[in-house]
Design a protein around this ligand. Sequence first.
Ligand code: ZN
Length: 323
Amino acid sequence: MTDIMDAKEESSAGNVIYVLGLPYSGSTLFGLALGQHSAIHTIGEMNNIESDYNPKTQCSCGEKLQDCTFWNGMRSSLQKDSETKDILNRWDSSGNAARHIIDRRGGLRKILVVLGIPLQWIYGRQNCEEYERTNLKYFRGFQSYLPSGDYCLDLSKSPERLELLDESLGAKVKVIYVKRRLRDVYASILKRPKRTRKYYGPKALREALWLFLRARHCDRVFARISDSNKAVVNLSEFIDDPKKVLSNLDQWMGLDPVSRDGFSPRHVELRSQHVFVGNTWVKRSQTGSVEIRESKARTELTRFQATVFRLVLGARAEQWHKR
Ligand SMILES: [Zn+2]
């Protein structure tokens, strides 16, 4: 698969930060906090740009996309290059443009993915290569638009996407694995309204098994990333002391910490960022900012749920935060 990406292509892709994590792990809040550095540009869940783009959609800066300077600038930058121009056409057909097969949720294929069956077997070699090529175009588009040396921050979280990006972008990707206590993730998942997977057994057991497999899948893909290109952030440590966690990461990425001086560490500005994909709270914020603090929502489990959690996820939960 590497034959389609020569060294020149790789170097033109720019610097990418990829946030890996489970759903409900606080990665959006973390990503927005990280993106307050002037050399980091939080894009959000990049795998949803095509399907979610609509000129009338609200951006976190407060403008509609059609009036947002960042996304308009990005559009004209993509327009200039014949290679990247065709991805713009897909933005404009959104509504019709479904997610790429690799990014689609649910179904039998996803079960095979989390079990660790190679993606090329599940989706076919062609789909995987096409996915890599398209994403490389995106990253190249961002690279030519953003100031040289800056990072583009992708909050897609999914390990299968990371696996393919790692193959095509190689050392250009720095991976940050955001880990929230598994018990809290489990409680959040049980609280959400369900649309998929409703036919496979009792919810508490089904979600525990799924979470077990998903966490294992994240761990497995993360293990393949070279040590110098990866970092782990525990959400509780980040909430306790965001300043310390962020400045450690800045240092690791070779960024000047001075760019954070203007920001209060607990206060995340949304108006200065341009995210329109992913969590809707980003767009709905009335004040244009959000505080980093422990969630007040209780994450209590019933006795049955707690037992299932211990049986299915107990051992993994215990060792999860040690690394
Ligand atoms: Zn904007």
